[in-house]
Ligand binder design. Structure first.
Ligand code: PLP
Length: 406
């Protein structure tokens, strides 16, 4: 395989096209092929064999759960895009989150994490990680004083999801990294909702960045995947402890699909952000809408921070309508273009309704104080809305006609 010369100082569009790509030496194809193999022939030369089994030679392969060719191309592209020394591709976003947490944390350690984050991560932190003797403090990471107060001498990591799922609250990466580092802790950012292009956690001081590549990075709603980005040595530990031994390796086919999706990431993120801004303004002015939360709106609680920390505001928002539960589901039923489905960051617009009681009963583990606080914020419930790259006029027309029928 011949690599094209590729400069790390290239612009983001160039990186999306060229990083990790190359010309196939055998066929001169302009695309690297997908290697759907789970095992590789081993050398009989002992020195070469030792290299294959060493983590210092990531261009040599033995077994696909350890690492393999096509996922390695994806890792090269993602490391270049995120500006990290290395990347470990994983089977899913949760594969990435759990690989990091199980690699870094030991019994007796403490972690501070965003209380309002993806429900899978929230459950992992509240119901599972403590079973291994790790103490977890789930705090409102939009509140720097709360983060500072939660840090202890044994705090090993601070985990921040920003923008956070499902409320699109924004936490200050730079300030929280300072707090984490002063305590000797590792700062981890789940940057999934930013779509990577709009936010640079490593430049702001984060040590490790995780993504669900299922979402914006892939962007086409087909493959599942995840990624962990950070310093080389730490990534070698994540690869061995978090992937090889826990097992969440990515399939070469999914890695190839995500690699292909990444080519258009900056173009898609511009469109997601522009569409979302237009739709947020439409919803804000609609008489049946009681609340819209989008970081690009001036009345979003962290709008100023988002404007400093992000280059665009990405495509995620939530809103509430003046209707009871039946009315909310009637609204969903009448949508024609926007699809009632989980997940986000796809080409097509997706929406779900999260009734607040269901959120507390089934999705997260909150104490009474947290329940009271989030009931005040969410009211009866919120629509989590992932704005796609369709024509904004069509999305607005679809919302308008469905709202009329409520
Ligand atoms: C912020 C965030 N992190 C992680 C995940 C989990 O990703 P996956 O579904 O790829 O495991 C999600 C899923 O919605 C998410 O929103």
């Amino acid at each position: 395989m011949v690599k094209r010369p590729f400069s790390k100082s290239a612009g983001i569009h160039t990186m999306c096209v060229h990083a990790g790509e190359g010309i196939d030496k055998e066929t001169r194809a302009l695309r690297r092929p997908i290697h759907m193999a789970n095992s590789y022939e081993l050398p009989t030369d002992i020195e070469e064999l030792i290299e294959v089994f060493s983590w210092d030679h990531l261009d040599k392969f033995q077994y696909t759960r350890e690492h393999s060719v096509t996922p390695r191309h994806l890792e090269e592209r993602l490391a270049a895009l995120e500006g990290s020394e290395d990347c470990v591709a994983t089977a899913s976003g949760m594969g990435a989150v759990s690989a990091v947490l199980f690699t870094l944390l030991n019994a007796g350690d403490h972690i501070v994490a965003s209380e309002a984050c993806y429900t899978g991560t929230q459950k992992l932190l509240s119901a599972h990680i403590p079973r291994f003797g790790v103490n977890v403090s789930l705090v409102d990471t939009t509140d720097l004083e709360a983060v500072r107060a939660a840090v202890r001498p044994e705090t090993k990591a601070v985990f921040v999801e920003t923008p956070g799922n499902p409320l699109v609250y924004v936490s200050d990466i730079e300030k929280i990294a300072e707090i984490a580092h002063a305590a000797g802790a590792t700062m981890i950012v789940d940057s999934t909702w930013s779509g990577l292009i709009t936010q640079k956690p490593i430049d702001l001081g984060a040590d490790i960045v995780v993504h669900s590549a299922t979402k914006y990075l892939n962007g086409h709603g087909d493959a599942l995947g995840g990624a962990v980005m950070g310093p080389k040595e730490l990534m070698a530990e994540v690869r061995e402890g978090g992937i090889v031994h826990l097992g969440a390796c990515i399939s070469p086919f999914n890695a190839w699909l995500i690699m292909r999706g990444l080519v258009t990431l900056p173009l898609r993120m511009q469109k997601h952000s522009a569409n979302a801004m237009e739709i947020a303004r439409f919803l804000q002015a609609h008489p049946k809408i009681s609340q819209v939360r989008y970081p690009g709106l001036e009345d979003h609680p962290q709008h100023d921070l988002a404007a400093r920390q992000m280059s665009e505001f990405s495509g995620m928002m939530n809103f509430s309508i003046d209707a009871d539960l039946m009315g909310c589901f009637q609204f969903l039923e009448h949508l024609e273009i926007i699809t009632h489905a989980v997940s986000l960051g796809h080409d097509q617009s997706l929406i779900i309704y999260i009734p607040t009681m269901f959120f507390f009963d089934d999705m997260v583990e909150f104490d009474d104080r947290q329940k009271e606080k989030y009931t005040e914020i969410m009211g009866e419930g919120i629509f989590r809305f992932s704005i796609g790259i369709e024509d904004p006029e069509d999305l607005i027309r679809d919302l308008e006609q469905a709202l009329e029928k409520v």
